[in-house]
Design a protein around this ligand. Structure first.
Ligand code: GTP
Ligand code: SPV
Ligand code: MN
Length: 594
């Protein structure tokens, strides 16, 4: 029943079964019949509940334990043979020691349970950029999510063939969801991921952050490509030409929103459209023509629910109307539908909050309670998205004109600036900082360095990762995408966001693609090229005038001198691994600020 003759896969699955001792092994073939049966089983066991099938056909609801609602960065490990290869930003443990610690936890952990064997492809079947993974898990919830998030089933083995050993081995058990024994562990040199004692998102859907970023970033370094925490979107200009842009923002900082944005009226009237290729992860590789091409290795969206509404992200909301799994949102018991903060201004009276308590939602919300967890999520098929790109399944990917970095910065970073060149762009990405969010366990709102939005996701030494970025730029030469930085999150003295954001971010993308086509001039500042304030189109914006734009673009030299100090301190952690070019860039920045 394996669906493959590949002896490497069969041998590894046998080993995992011998270790975890499940009562039963089910190979996931990806057929509708098998999935239907699994859905029914999960519904009858209570692992998921069925939502209103008229209003939300095919949609399911799931609640995780309150101790298991986000990625756990302090329990995530990169177990390379040498500590230096994990670098100063990752937790490291010797691979052998880690295995000795975890093997007893896995021993017999699936007794009384079924082991599901999930073959999957990250990237379109048949794409030269795609890679195969196999995840074994004791969670039907994982199977049902993977079905949406990746290309799952026997078809994935087409990419692997009958003899190759090049697949990522993912072992997951929810065990008893014990936070004290929760581990998310990567063995990059062995193409292997071990996850135990969690049943939440990025900890257990092993194709996503564990494979497509941590393992894949390491593979990309060795094989000449890049795995990045980036959305991919296409901007169709009135003449029909489509420009593709990638953007890296830390978790819960606006990738899904930007990827699906609806341009403001004025732009729509002119004929601009935005197409979504990906909302979280990009794999990038130079093509035969020397340009950088990107695929989205995923097949669905695992998006933040709170804040998603008709106005902020119509396309995301539409994507969740069918065949979607909702995790840790609130239930409206009147009609068995879902609700979250920011969906509308009407919390349901007859509600069940995310931990499962029945509450009067209006009163609960009025008292400041959160009906949905701030990191509650929807898992929605990409093909549901009204603005999904026609290139979504293109095995060759799309050519990238611009790469954008960004984060949540209340004061320092301006609305947008462009790097002077590729190396300076790598410096800008490497020195990014952002306020932490609910996407990971721990304090929220604390500014931390998050290079390329990859701090929690780089599977090797971040210094080597920067060298790889610099090398890619040299390889791409004139074809290298232009690099920009944006900040939608500057606040006024009362802490309110100044820039309207969301669809209006199109106004900034407009400047970015105009720069790529050398259609607009820029002003040189100490930190990079900025727009002339009048070049940011503010037609149709009520609260924003030229002075507000000037404020959003202002560069406070004192704050930036502090910033440079912070970067220097951060860089000092990397010792010899810090590329000298980045140190040179920092020195140049300090000079320009002096
Ligand atoms: P991950 O899935 O965790 O990687 O997050 P993401 O980067 O895709 O973030 P997402 O688009 O889901 O946005 C996260 C939060 O930021 C939501 O609550 C949004 O409402 C908010 N947000 C997104 N874009 C903007 C914006 O342009 N301005 C403001 N003020 N908030 C935004
Ligand atoms: C993120 O945290 O960046 C996510 C959600 O996209 S998770 O899959 O949990 O990593
Ligand atoms: Mn993400």
């Amino acid at each position: 029943m394996a669906g493959t003759k590949n002896p490497n896969v069969i041998k590894w699955v046998d080993e995992m079964a011998a270790l975890t001792k499940p009562d039963k092994i089910v190979w996931i073939d990806g057929s509708a019949e098998q999935l239907d049966a699994l859905r029914k089983e999960a519904i009858s066991s209570g692992e998921v509940t069925e939502l209103n099938q008229e209003k939300l056909p095919g949609c399911l609801y799931h609640r995780t334990l309150p101790n298991d609602v986000a990625r756990v960065e302090d329990r995530t490990f990169i177990c390379s043979k040498e500590k230096i290869d994990a670098g100063p930003t990752n937790n490291w443990s010797d691979p052998q020691e880690m295995k000795e610690k975890l093997l007893p936890l896995y021993d017999g952990v699936m007794k009384g349970r079924t082991m599901y064997v999930i073959p999957y492809s990250m990237g379109p079947i048949g794409s030269a950029l795609a890679k195969v993974g196999v995840e074994v898990t004791d969670s039907i919830y994982v199977v049902l999510n993977m079905e949406i998030m990746v290309r799952m089933g026997v078809k994935a083995f087409e990419n692997l063939g009958d003899t190759s050993d090049d697949f990522v081995r993912g072992l997951h058990s929810k065990a008893n969801v014990d936070p004290e024994n929760r581990y998310i562990v990567h063995f990059p040199e062995e193409n292997t991921i071990w996850s135990i004692n969690s049943a939440y998102g990025g900890n257990v859907l092993l194709g996503k952050k564990c494979f497509a970023l941590r393992i894949a970033s390491f593979q990309g370094k060795n094989e000449g490509w890049m795995a990045e925490h980036m959305l991919i979107l296409g901007i169709e200009k009135p003449n029909g030409e489509i420009k593709y842009v990638c953007a890296a923002f830390p978790s819960a900082c606006g990738k899904t929103n930007l990827a699906m944005l609806i341009p403001p009226e004025g732009y729509e009237a002119k004929g601009y459209k935005v197409w979504t290729v990906g909302d979280d992860i990009a794999w990038l590789k130079p093509g035969a023509d020397g340009k950088l091409y990107a695929i989205n290795p995923e097949n669905g969206f695992f998006g933040v629910a709170p804040g998603t509404n008709v106005k902020s992200n119509f396309n995301a909301l539409e994507s969740t109307k069918k065949n979607t799994i909702f995790t840790n949102v609130a239930i409206n018991n009147d009609d068995n539908t879902v609700w979250w903060e920011g969906l509308d201004k009407n919390p349901p009276e007859n509600a069940t909050e995310w931990k499962g308590a029945k509450v009067n939602g209006k009163e609960y919300a009025a008292e400041g309670g959160k009906l949905a967890h701030p990191n509650s999520r929807f898992t929605a098929p990409a093909k549901n998205c009204p603005c999904i790109s026609k290139e979504f399944d293109n095995p060759a990917g799309v050519p990238i004109s611009a790469m954008v970095f960004g984060g949540r910065r209340a004061k320092t970073a301006p609305l947008v600036y462009q790097s002077f060149n590729w190396a300076h762009g790598v410096f800008v990405g490497s020195s990014m900082a952002s306020e932490t969010t609910a996407a990971a366990a721990g304090a929220v709102g604390v500014v931390r360095r998050d290079p390329m939005a990859m701090l929690p996701f780089c599977g090797y030494n971040m210094g080597d990762y920067w060298s790889h970025w610099l090398n890619m730029g040299e390889k791409l030469g004139e074809n290298a995408p232009k690099i920009f930085n944006v900040n939608w999150f500057r606040t006024d003295d009362d802490g309110n966001f100044i820039w309207p954001g969301f669809g209006d971010n199109m106004r900034v993308l407009d400047w970015i693609i105009s720069r790529c086509d050398s259609e607009v001039e820029a002003v040189e500042t100490p930190i990079g090229f900025e727009p002339k304030p009048e070049d940011i189109n503010i037609d149709g914006l009520d609260d924003i005038n030229l002075d507000v734009i000037k404020g959003l673009l202002s560069v406070d030299k004192d704050l930036w001198k502090e910033e440079a100090k912070g970067i220097r301190e951060f860089y000092s952690k990397f010792g010899d691994k810090l590329p000298s070019k980045l140190n040179d860039e920092l020195i140049e920045l300090e000079k320009r600020l002096a």
